[in-house]
Design a protein around this ligand. Structure first.
Ligand code: HXC
Length: 262
C-alpha cells in the first residue's frame, strides 16, 4: 500500500502499472527538494512492488514541471549548493530505478522539468507540450543532465542552439527530433497512451524487461564493441531463466506464455 504524499498522486490505473502524477498545481509543478524526497520514495516502493511492472510519470495538463523552484534556489551560495550536493538526489535515484519509466509530458516541461522527462526510459508527449532549457535567462545553466541528455537525444547543433538561446520547442518538434517516441493530440490521450504501453510492458516477464532496459541503457555509456559484448553476456544469462524456457516452449507449442518472472 502506497502512502499518500503532499506533492504527488500515486495510483495503479491498470494491472501492473504504477502512475505517479506530480501535484504541485500552484507552482506549475516546480521541482523542489521535498517533492523529490516523495518522488524518490514512491519510485523506490514501486520498483520493489511485485505487482508493478512499469511506471508512468506525468504532471498536469498545464505543466509536466515548470523547472526547478526558482524561489527555493535563488539565495543559494556555492558552498551550500556544493556542500549539500544540490540536485544530486534529484537525478540519482530516478536513473537507478530498474523498472521502465515512461514520461507523459503535457504543458510546460522547462529546465529541470525537461531534464526530469529526459531521465525517463521512454518519453511520450502531446502537442500541448512546451519544452525548453531556459536556464540561461536566469543566469545559470542546466544542472540535472540537460546539456548531456538533450545533446545525446537530438544532436549537438540543436541542443547547443536551444541551451544558448533559451528558446522553447514544441511537442511536435520533440517528436520529429526523436526526443519523444510518440506525440499525441491531447493530454488525456498522452497519459492513456503511456499507461497502455506500460501495461503492455508489465505483461512481459519482469526479469526479461529488466534485462532489456539494462542493455539499452548501456548503449549510452559504452562504446559499440563493449556494448554489443555486454548485450551478448546478458542474452546468454537469460538462458538460465525460467521465462526464456517458458517463452520459447510456448511459441513451439502455439500457446500463450505464463511468465513466472524468474
Ligand atoms: C518557482 C514557479 C516556477 C518555477 C512557475 N512558478 N514556474 N515558481 N519556480 N520554476 C510559479 C509562478 O511564480 C506563479 O506563482 C505560478 O507558478 C504560476 O506561474 P505563472 O508564471 O503565473 O504562469 P504563466 O503565466 O502561465 O507562465 C508559465 C511559465 C512561467 C511560462 C511556465 O511560469 C515561467 O516562465 N516559469 C519559469 C520557467 C523556468 O525558467 N524554468 C527553469 C527554472 S531553472 P505565483 O505565486 O506568482 O502565483 C531550472 C534549473 C534546473 O529548472 C537545474 C537543475 C534541476
Amino acid at each position: 500500500q502506497l502512502p499518500s504524499y503532499e506533492h504527488l498522486l500515486v495510483s495503479t490505473p491498470k494491472p501492473g502499472v504504477g502512475l505517479i502524477q506530480l501535484n504541485r498545481p500552484k507552482a506549475l509543478n516546480a521541482l523542489c527538494t521535498p517533492l523529490f524526497v516523495e518522488l524518490n520514495d514512491a519510485l523506490r516502493k514501486l520498483d520493489t512492488d511485485k505487482e508493478i511492472g512499469a511506471i508512468v510519470l506525468t504532471g498536469s495538463e498545464k505543466a509536466f514541471a515548470a523547472g526547478a523552484d526558482i524561489k527555493e534556489m535563488k539565495d543559494k551560495t556555492f558552498s551550500t549548493a556544493y556542500g549539500s550536493d544540490f540536485i544530486e538526489m534529484w537525478s540519482d535515484l530516478v536513473t537507478q530505478i530498474k523498472k521502465p519509466i515512461i514520461a507523459a509530458v503535457n504543458g510546460h516541461a522547462l529546465g529541470g522539468g525537461c531534464e526530469l522527462a529526459m531521465m525517463a526510459d521512454i518519453m511520450y508527449c502531446s502537442t500541448t507540450a512546451n519544452f525548453g532549457q531556459p536556464e540561461i535567462k536566469l543566469g545559470t545553466i542546466p544542472g540535472a543532465g540537460g546539456s548531456q541528455r538533450l545533446t545525446r537525444a537530438i544532436g549537438k547543433a540543436r541542443a547547443m542552439e536551444l541551451i544558448l538561446t533559451g528558446n522553447n520547442f514544441s511537442g511536435k518538434q520533440a517528436g520529429e527530433w526523436g526526443l519523444a517516441a510518440k506525440v499525441f493530440e491531447s493530454p488525456q490521450e498522452c497519459v492513456d497512451g503511456a499507461v497502455g504501453t506500460a501495461e503492455k510492458i508489465a505483461g512481459y516477464s519482469r526479469i526479461v524487461v529488466k534485462a532489456a532496459k539494462e542493455v539499452v541503457n548501456k548503449s549510452q555509456d559504452l562504446g559499440i564493441r563493449e556494448g554489443v559484448e555486454y548485450e551478448r553476456r546478458v542474452f546468454h544469462g537469460l538462458f538460465g531463466s525460467k521465462d526464456q524456457k517458458i517463452g520459447m516452449a510456448a511459441f513451439a507449442e502455439k500457446k500463450k506464455p505464463q511468465w513466472t518472472n524468474e
